[in-house]
Each structure stands twice: as structure tokens, then as C-alpha cells.
Design a protein around this ligand. Structure first.
Ligand SMILES: C[C@@](CO)(OP(=O)(O)O)[C@H](O)COP(=O)(O)OP(=O)(O)OC[C@H]1O[C@@H](n2ccc(N)nc2=O)[C@H](O)[C@@H]1O
Ligand SMILES: Nc1ncnc2c1ncn2[C@@H]1O[C@H](COP(=O)(O)OP(=O)(O)O)[C@@H](O)[C@H]1O
Length: 291
């Protein structure tokens, strides 16, 4: 099984390889340090043209009403911003768990912006798309830019990290969904990490400050972390609920998922420093060049 449906536009998952809070903005938002890496696994989007001005999502998860779907918000935003005489009908094949810390909603939104910019020949630059994306969510710009990155601010100040190791990851989704806002409002959260440098991170520094609070509030997260730690050092991604561990080969990663607690799901995927969305975009350009 490949990480995406064929013939569609990939919306890959991200991992936060570490996640620290180093302060707070006046508006209450937390200032972060994190490193994002993509996975070759995620959601897939399909786009069909539709009458001018119409934006719809005709297939997608039942638990996510069309009106709330970031895909719809992203398409409307692009249409408004460009003033193009276009419309779109979207099909979302959702594979990433919602509230999993894998950034599925942000990635879907980024794929809509990038794909429609290309399909509609809207001509917006990556910088312009990243600015539009930030209005939809803090994690959208990194998915638009499509390169693994060191991130600061609320996640929008990005420094590419194109040469990170690309291990195989085992990812476990404990049967809970965590609302980001709940963990950010937890009083016991560590909010005063000393800033670290990229060099510190590359030498192995950094953890995930949400792990301690997620363990207490969501016992299933603690079970998942303890389970995976039997195989390799395990960590929470984002605010959870998914946990991951890195392995040198695919078989070792698969073995780590063999005796998952009953009913739990997990998957194995390769880390990638260039988003699969960028690969898809390049295929489009080559196709056009050849036409
Ligand atoms: C923590 C991270 C790390 O990658 O990922 P996820 O676990 O959500 O994937 C992100 O920064 C999540 O960013 P984003 O997904 O945009 O957060 P939102 O859902 O908009 O945030 C919900 C709420 O969390 C709080 N919030 C969020 C981000 C931030 N830097 N400081 C905050 O205090 C705010 O109260 C905000 O209203
Ligand atoms: N296309 C989408 N996919 C997933 N979630 C979406 C989408 N559009 C809006 N959302 C909302 O965003 C929330 C966060 O989803 P998601 O990005 O998958 O998780 P996380 O931020 O934990 O990585 C969901 O609970 C859902 O309410």
C-alpha cells in the first residue's frame, strides 16, 4: 500500500520531532520552538472543475461537516484573493486521524492552496501562498513550503532543514482525540523552556513539553508511549494524540506495531524532507513542459 491514493494530490502528515514552549505573546498565544518533518503517508485530495464561484467538498469524513472543512476555507480564500472565474468540487480521502498531532487539517488546507494555484494557473508565489495559509492555521505555511523545517514564533518563522536523517517511523494513534486548545490551556504545562539552537537539536536536544500533561489527562497516550518505548525512544507529535518512534529499517518499524493493544491502529511511514506534495507539483510542471 502506498502512502497516498494514486492520481490525487497528497496531503502528507507531519511530525514534530521536538516541541518546546519558550514564552507567550501578549494575545496569549504560545511561542514555540519545533522541528517539522513530513511523512510519505497522509490524506489525498481530488479536484474537479465546477461552475464559477462554487466551492464544494463532495466526499470526506462524516464527522467533519463540509462547512467546517479547512479545504473549503482554503479554496474560498484563494478564489477571493485571486478574483479568478473558477470553481471547484473537492474529494477528500481522509486517512490521518483528526486531533492526532499529525497536522492533517493544516496539510489538507496547504494542498488545496498549492494544487489550485497550479490547476487554476493563479500564479501566486510560494511566499504569497504561505501568507494565505497562515490565516488558516499556524502549521499551514510549512506544508505550503514543503521542506522540513525548524520553526519558531507560533510556527511561522521557518528555517529549512533539508538534510535531516530520514528514518522509518512507527506511528501509533491511541483511541483519543486531543483538542490543541485543551493542552495549551493546561496550567501545569512547561512554558519557560530555555531556547535551544538548531545545532543543539541536531545533537539530540529537545523533547515535547505536551507529553507530561497528555500522559496525565489522556491515559491512553501514556499507554502508547510506554508501549512504543519498549522498541525505541518514543515521543508525542504536536499536542498528540499520536506517538512515534524512529527505526533504521521498515521491518523494525513494522515489528514495533505487531502486538498493539486490541483495537488500536498505527502505521509505518518514511520520513521525508521534501513534501510529497512538491513531488506531485513537479510532475505537473514536467507534464506541462512536455505538452
Ligand atoms: C501544537 C502544534 C505544533 O505543530 O500542532 P498540533 O498538535 O495542533 O498539530 C501547532 O502549533 C498548533 O497550531 P494550530 O493547529 O494552528 O493551533 P490551533 O488549533 O489554531 O490552536 C488552538 C488554540 O491553541 C492555543 N494555541 C495554539 C498555538 C499556539 N502557538 N499557542 C496557543 O496558545 C490557542 O488558544 C488557540 O486558539
Ligand atoms: N480537512 C480537515 N482535516 C482535519 N481536521 C480538520 C479539517 N478541517 C478542519 N479540521 C478541524 O481541525 C481540527 C484539528 O485537526 P488536525 O489538523 O487533523 O489535528 P492536529 O491539529 O491535532 O494535527 C479537527 O479536529 C477539525 O475540527
Amino acid at each position: 500500500m502506498t502512502g497516498f491514493e494514486s492520481d490525487g494530490w497528497p496531503a502528507p502528515a507531519k511530525l514534530n520531532l521536538f516541541l518546546h514552549i519558550i514564552g507567550r505573546r501578549a494575545d496569549g498565544y504560545h511561542l514555540l520552538q519545533t522541528a517539522f518533518q513530513f511523512l510519505d503517508y497522509g490524506d489525498t485530495l481530488h479536484f474537479d472543475s465546477a461552475p464559477w464561484g462554487t466551492v464544494s467538498r463532495v466526499e470526506g469524513p462524516e464527522s467533519l461537516p463540509e462547512a467546517n472543512d479547512l479545504c473549503v476555507h482554503a479554496a474560498r480564500l484563494l478564489l477571493r484573493e485571486t478574483g479568478l472565474h473558477e470553481g471547484v468540487r473537492m474529494r477528500l480521502n481522509k486517512r490521518l486521524p483528526m486531533g492526532g498531532g499529525l497536522g492533517g487539517g493544516s496539510s489538507d488546507a496547504a494542498t488545496v492552496l498549492v494544487a489550485l494555484n497550479s490547476l487554476w494557473r493563479a500564479g501566486l508565489s510560494v511566499d504569497e501562498l504561505a501568507v494565505l495559509g497562515l490565516a488558516l492555521g499556524a502549521d499551514v505555511p510549512v506544508f505550503v513550503r514543503g521542506v522540513s523545517a525548524w520553526a519558531e514564533g507560533v510556527g511561522e518563522c521557518l528555517t529549512p532543514l533539508p538534510d535531516l536523517p530520514v528514518p522509518w517511523y512507527a506511528v501509533i494513534k491511541p483511541p483519543v482525540s486531543i483538542a490543541t486548545v485543551d493542552l495549551f490551556s493546561e496550567p501545569k504545562l512547561t512554558r519557560d523552556c530555555a531556547p535551544i539552537t538548531i545545532r543543539d537539536f541536531l545533537s539530540g536536544a529537545g523533547g515535547n513539553v505536551f507529553e507530561a500533561v497528555a500522559r496525565v489527562r489522556y491515559p491512553a497516550v501514556a499507554v502508547a508511549l510506554d508501549y512504543l518505548s519498549k522498541y525505541a525512544p518514543a515521543r508525542l507529535t504536536g499536542t498528540g494524540a499520536c506517538v512515534f518512534a524512529a527505526f533504521v529499517d521498515v521491518d523494525s518499524a513494522r515489528r514495533a506495531l505487531h502486538d498493539l493493544p486490541g483495537g488500536w491502529s498505527g502505521f509505518v511511514a518514511r520520513g521525508c524532507n521534501m513534501s510529497p506534495l512538491q513531488d506531485r507539483l513537479r510532475t505537473m510542471s514536467v507534464g506541462r513542459g512536455a505538452a
